[in-house]
Design a protein around this ligand. Structure first.
Ligand code: NAP
Length: 245
């Protein structure tokens, strides 16, 4: 099968490695970061030009299955994938890792949007530790005391009182504790990304009794087939392959 794998995540890289043993896989990255960890096999980088562009690409490249393994908060590309797959009549599966859930000792408040998260964070002690990526930092620019951690420098101007840390995970619990203690963090704001690469901050917050403002995941377009693990995605591809034989 010729498979388009929308990636930019660890799951995308893992799937590219497994699926390319038996299939012709093209991984697609948005091109947001300058030196991404590349998946095995063929890689293309950059947008398709909306759902229409993606549908044309699927047809031109004779793609027989589309796997969307993008980040659970990459709402735009997932919406485009749903529309494009329908238009090009290509089966689509979304792979979104399972979300985190609070455990005993956690103090989580849920926010529907970044603006809500900003308002909630403002009700706690500062500084606010922002670990939401760099694209939506400006929603918090009304908060003067912020420690923001990003993979690459944000391409926008931010309040001069902010402390911006440029660092790529994974992070250990002891590193996260040290960072929170060093900066006397009052509240953590994060997306519910799920997975084990970035969950140490939640353990550290629990151990230090620091509250967390958790930004809810965007809903998947209704009727979209979705699984939470690369293994389930491989099984889906296997079933499609058997059906095509
Ligand atoms: P987004 O808002 O959903 O997508 C915006 C546009 O970027 C899409 O319409 C598409 O452009 C292009 N795009 C996004 N992902 C693409 C991909 N894998 N291949 C080709 N084009 C892609 O996306 P985002 O939230 O900025 O995320 C961008 C990438 O970073 C995603 O691949 C995602 O997996 C990864 N990522 C995101 C987050 C996050 O928190 N959002 C965290 C970690 C990793 P066209 O309309 O021109 O096709």
């Amino acid at each position: 099968m010729r498979i388009l794998l929308l990636g930019g995540t660890g799951e995308g890289r893992r799937l590219a490695g497994v699926l390319s043993r038996h299939h012709d896989v093209v991984s697609s990255l948005a091109g947001r970061i300058s030196a991404p960890t590349l998946p095995e096999g063929e890689v293309r980088i950059g947008g398709f030009g909306g759902a229409g562009g993606l549908a044309s690409w699927l047809r031109e490249q004779r793609i027989s299955a589309l796997v969307d393994a993008t980040h659970p908060y990459a709402q735009g590309i997932t919406a485009n994938a749903v529309v494009a797959a329908r238009a090009a009549q290509v089966p689509l599966l979304v792979v979104h890792r399972a979300p985190w859930h609070p455990v005993v000792g956690d103090t989580w408040r849920w926010a529907d949007t970044m603006d809500d998260a900003c308002m909630l964070a403002d009700t706690y002690c500062t500084p606010v530790f922002l670990t939401i990526g760099r694209q939506e930092l400006r929603a918090f620019e009304g908060l003067p005391e912020v420690v923001a951690r990003v993979i690459e420098p944000p391409g926008c101007s931010l309040p001069s009182s902010w402390h911006v840390i440029t660092q790529r995970g994974p992070f250990s619990v002891s590193d996260e504790r040290a960072l929170m203690e060093r900066h006397r963090i009052g509240v953590v704001v994060t997306k519910n990304s799920g997975g084990d690469q970035t969950c140490a901050k939640l353990v550290a917050a629990r151990q230090l009794g620091i509250p967390v403002v958790m930004v809810c995941r965007p809903a998947l377009p209704s009727g979209t087939a979705a699984v939470s693990s690369p293994r389930a995605a491989v099984q889906w591809i296997d079933a499609l392959t058997r059906g095509a034989e």
